[in-house]
Ligand binder design. Structure first.
Ligand code: ATP
Length: 318
């Protein structure tokens, strides 16, 4: 059996211009991705990177402008009837009728599914059992996200798409949602997640792709992506003076309290040792010294700043 449950090749999505004659906008600009059976794949990116535009095509909500997408072996748009019974979707904006009560909403949704889980069990799983009799429109933002999640998992999907599932949830509810997602993974469900919470991706994801301006600029396990990013060392010197030779690159800025140095390095320990030996020998203080290992967050910030982690790390030899 093919281990890839989703394949995406050369995907492009263009939006028609809102005014005649204006150029079309290409939100997804040639993306190739593979999602393996049973994994959690997280799609990250800056605002407007094209994540939702891509997800909508993979979910079968919108057609591709160009390229090929297969979900469970079918085109999710043209073969929607074959794909839809096996996928669960939690959109950013669900937009369901808000005057129904939570339990009615859950039962109504269950009636549309071939083999639903009992609605009461699903509401309990997302921590909404005590709100079953409340009108959906009266739920808080976080409670609505939980109801969205309940509806997405109710049909026992093979593939679950979660578009920013924990936005608006408080930290405890977020952890509860993660637990629920983990239990879905343990049951063999494949999960595709978009999120702005890097720790969520770092915690849950087997693999991650980071999008920027319509293309995937980094892909791998959280550790692989983080490892491509530089570690950083920062400190302030009261008076400007040349630093000793380092592996990493220094950028220095004048500040009210002296000169602020930011060193980006692939050799954190070695550079830190050089700096500490140097500061002791020179009898200077590294004020506000901060050293951070490479991380997914660093990789993301490098990309958001317009760089690509694997292309932006040329270092000067010590
Ligand atoms: N219907 C549309 N018509 C024209 N442009 C659109 C349309 N929908 C989205 N876009 C543009 O496409 C780009 C990608 O949007 P998209 O919503 O896919 O990004 P995103 O990565 O999901 O962003 P965010 O993290 O902010 O939700 C943005 O520049 C957006 O303005």
């Amino acid at each position: 059996m093919d281990s890839n449950i989703i394949t995406i090749d050369g995907l492009r999505r263009r939006y028609r211009p809102s005014t005649p004659g204006a150029p079309a906008f290409e939100a997804v600009r040639g993306v190739d991705l593979r999602v393996r059976r049973g994994e959690l794949f997280a799609l990250l990116g800056t605002n407007g990177a094209g994540k939702t535009s891509l997800m909508e095509v993979v979910e079968g909500i919108a057609p591709a402008t160009d390229g090929q997408v297969r979900v469970l072996g079918h085109d999710p748009y043209t073969a929607r009837a074959k794909v839809r019974p096996h996928i669960g979707i939690m959109l950013q904006e669900a937009g369901f009728p808000t005057d129904l009560r939570v339990a009615e909403m859950a039962r109504t949704w269950a009636a549309t599914l071939p083999a639903p889980m009992p609605p009461e069990d699903v509401l309990a799983a997302v921590g909404l059992a005590h709100r079953a009799g409340v009108a959906v429109k009266s739920l808080s933002g976080g409670e609505r996200r939980r109801l969205d999640l309940a509806l997405a998992i109710m049909g026992r999907p093979q593939v679950l798409f979660l578009d920013e599932p924990t936005t608006g949830l408080d930290p405890e509810s977020r952890r509860d949602a993660w637990e629920l997602v983990r239990s879905m993974l343990a049951d063999g469900v494949t999960v595709v997640l978009t999120t702005h919470y890097l720790e969520e991706a770092e915690d849950l994801a087997d693999r991650i792709a980071i999008m920027h301006e319509g293309v995937v600029v980094a892909e791998g396990t959280p550790a692989e992506i983080g490892a491509d990013a530089p570690a950083t060392i920062s400190f302030t010197l009261a008076t400007g003076r040349p630093l000793p030779p380092l592996h990493g690159r220094d950028s220095a800025n004048e500040s009210a309290r002296g000169v602020r140095h930011l060193i980006r390095t692939q050799h954190l320990e070695a550079d830190l040792r050089i700096l500490l030996d140097w500061s002791q020998a020179q009898d200077v203080t590294l004020d506000g010294l901060d050293a951070r290992a490479a991380s997914l967050e660093q990789a993301f910030l490098t990309i958001a700043a317009g760089g690509r982690p694997t292309h932006d790390l040329s270092e000067v030899p010590a």
